[in-house]
Design a protein around this ligand. Structure first.
Ligand code: NDP
Ligand code: OXD
Length: 313
């Protein structure tokens, strides 16, 4: 197989560094150039324009610059070529840091202390051991498992929920629809690391939040979502925070991004907002993996981390 040219099509992300690093080994065409170009065999994309990929007659594979691929599946004319997602130690490490940071902040009452500091209140609330708190990870895949193992090492009780059975030492695992309510009932801090698919869209709704364990050492249940915004219903989260169903939330993703300035989530005292920044895709770490994959593919090898099109992730 000949050394293929790359179409780089990124929306909302500056392509400069990606282009520079990919160009070290291959010719790169930057969108909006490249549509219908028969010399292009790979596309490296983030939220590519609909119908762009189907215009490329010799496309052999699509590389997502993120772990999520919902942005690729949003294209109604997606051609039938392999789609490769990011699986990389660097991205996994970033996500683990985010999850552990947010879990510890809720566990150690960061919101209370920040509000006390504003009012100059010197008060020490009771402390409780990590082992009294159950962190439930929705989506026990690459990122979920990595976060779970660090949380275990910190002494938290950890539950995991996935589509199929995913045993993990030290973790109480639950699977499928039948496992969802038992998983939620045993969870104090819910960490969402699911992909967005037709099955998972809107899964974080009021009814689900109601099932979380509230009588716990934290004094309420907590939501942390770093998966995708359309997994959740922002209005249901606000309702749950207002009626005490939820004690606090850390949200990295939102139904609409950037989060509209009018959203009450920005100023809610029980919400910690980050701008879809839990785990950034760093081209310095990810481009070498992509280039290695392309070279191996052209030598007749198999692409790794190819998305299951039926499952949608
Ligand atoms: P994986 O594909 O490795 O894992 C996904 C997990 O979700 C699997 O355990 C899978 O189950 C489970 N799952 C999928 N569908 C369902 C379902 N219908 N019911 C129950 N469980 C389900 O993905 P990653 O860990 O690599 O990434 C997860 C997501 O994190 C990405 O898709 C992306 O949306 C998000 N992300 C967000 C970032 C950010 O900065 N905010 C950065 C990177 C990723 P099973 O094991 O049975 O297949
Ligand atoms: C990803 C993301 O999917 O950054 O990697 O959201």
């Amino acid at each position: 197989m000949e050394k293929g040219r790359i179409l780089l099509a990124l929306t909302g992300i500056h392509p400069g560094r990606w282009r520079e690093l990919l160009s070290a080994e291959r010719e790169v065409v930057l969108e909006p150039d490249g549509a219908s170009d028969p010399s292009i065999t790979y596309a490296v994309v983030w939220k590519q324009r609909p119908n762009l990929l189907s215009s490329l007659p010799n496309l052999r594979a699509v590389f997502s610059i993120g772990a999520g691929v919902d942005h690729i599946f949003a294209d109604p004319t997606l051609p039938d070529v392999p789609i490769v997602k990011v699986v990389a130690d660097n991205l996994t490490q970033y996500m683990t840091e985010y999850v552990v940071w947010r879990v510890l902040d809720h566990h150690r009452q960061g919101m209370l202390y920040r509000s006390q500091q504003q009012k100059k209140i010197w008060h020490e609330p009771p402390q409780r051991p990590a082992g009294d708190i159950s962190v439930g990870i929705m989506g026990l895949g690459t990122l979920g498992r990595a976060a779970a193992s660090v949380l275990l090492s910190l002494g938290f009780a950890v539950n995991g929920w996935s589509r199929s059975e995913r045993p993990m030492k030290g973790v109480s695992t639950y699977a499928g629809e039948a496992g969802l309510v038992p998983f939620l009932n045993a969870t104090d801090i819910l960490v969402v690391l699911l992909p967005l698919t037709p099955q998972t869209q809107g899964v974080i709704n009021y009814g689900v939040l109601k099932e979380l364990r509230k009588r716990n050492g934290l004094g309420g249940s907590v939501l942390i979502n770093a998966g995708r915004g359309k997994l959740q219903k922002d209005a249901d989260i606000l309702r749950a925070l207002e009626d005490g169903t939820l004690k606090e939330a850390s949200l990295d993703v939102f139904e609409v991004e950037p989060l509209p300035k009018t959203s009450r989530l920005w100023t809610h005292p029980k919400v910690f907002v980050t701008p879809h920044a839990a785990a950034t895709s760093d081209p310095v770490h990810l481009v070498p993996i992509m280039l290695r994959q392309m070279a191996a593919f052209e030598r007749g090898g198999k692409l790794e981390n190819v998305v299951d099109r039926d499952a949608g992730y």
